[in-house]
Design a protein around this ligand. Sequence first.
Ligand SMILES: NC(=O)c1ccc[n+]([C@@H]2O[C@H](COP(=O)([O-])OP(=O)(O)OC[C@H]3O[C@@H](n4cnc5c(N)ncnc54)[C@H](O)[C@@H]3O)[C@@H](O)[C@H]2O)c1
Length: 274
Amino acid sequence: MKLSDKTAIITGSGRGIGRAIALKLAGEGARVMINDLDEGPASETVAAIEASGGEAAACIGDVTEATFAPRFVADALDRFGGIDIIVNNAGYPWDGVVQKYTDEQWYAMLEVHATAPFRVIRAAADHIRAAVKAEKETGMPACRKVVNVSSIAGLYGNAGQIGYAAGKAAMVGMTRTLAKEWGRYNVSVNCVAFGYIQTRMTQPIGSGEEVAKIGDREIAMGIQPGMIAAMEQMIPMGRGGTPEDAANAAYLLCIPESDYISGQVLLASGGLIM
Ligand SMILES: NC(=O)c1ccc[n+]([C@@H]2O[C@H](COP(=O)([O-])OP(=O)(O)OC[C@H]3O[C@@H](n4cnc5c(N)ncnc54)[C@H](O)[C@@H]3O)[C@@H](O)[C@H]2O)c1
């Protein structure tokens, strides 16, 4: 087990990629603090981890609320006594062409993809610095990990996603900056950018849960089936990724073998480079 005795905190882990990352890390021995807006899916992830012998707890809440990050970090410290891995995964697209894009959409995208991860990282800083100081007194501090979830849209742009792409690009700048600030604390800080991964967010329109309730907003989810087929043709590996494919990429950035990798963006897209 590569992650025994480690504690991971993962935002947006009630569904999709975040849930798969939680199961993967727990399967390797990590204790996991789950978060989601929605209590049902978050509790289901906790139950799935516990059913396979792992340890998990949930901190329900909207990552964009100003009080969320300190509560999330405090809950993890109270419950598990430390934080070794931070995965900033919660997010969603709120799309529109630039001439119709509202300030509300723009700020919502920056809040969830840039401000919220920044606050989680800031809230964990005191604990990490103190833990590293104590560990330095007895030898080499453990390598901690930050994994920020970005997107191919944040690296190369995507028509109709001006706010989403800006938020996901902000994560790259944040990752590279934090890698420079926290190298001295032996924290490896990286970004994983996904291409097309099959989740609620990217389901074919007409197939199921097409509206996500984000606070008091209803956001349309899903992609036109024709667009999905076109995208799959462009992917060198010929298929969209599963949430497990995505989780495996994030996992690589959490294990000891990646301890000396920091400030990088790992593109997990089946070979697609836009
Ligand atoms: N699916 C893809 O193709 C793809 C591609 C690139 C990047 N991503 C990114 O991966 C991450 C996960 O997306 P997914 O595809 O698993 O989507 P998903 O909708 O299946 O899961 C996202 C989860 O995050 C939660 N969430 C959303 N906003 C939240 C908030 N403000 N506070 C707390 N929880 C919140 C949702 O309730 C949901 O359970 C997102 O950041 C997304 O932008 C996805």
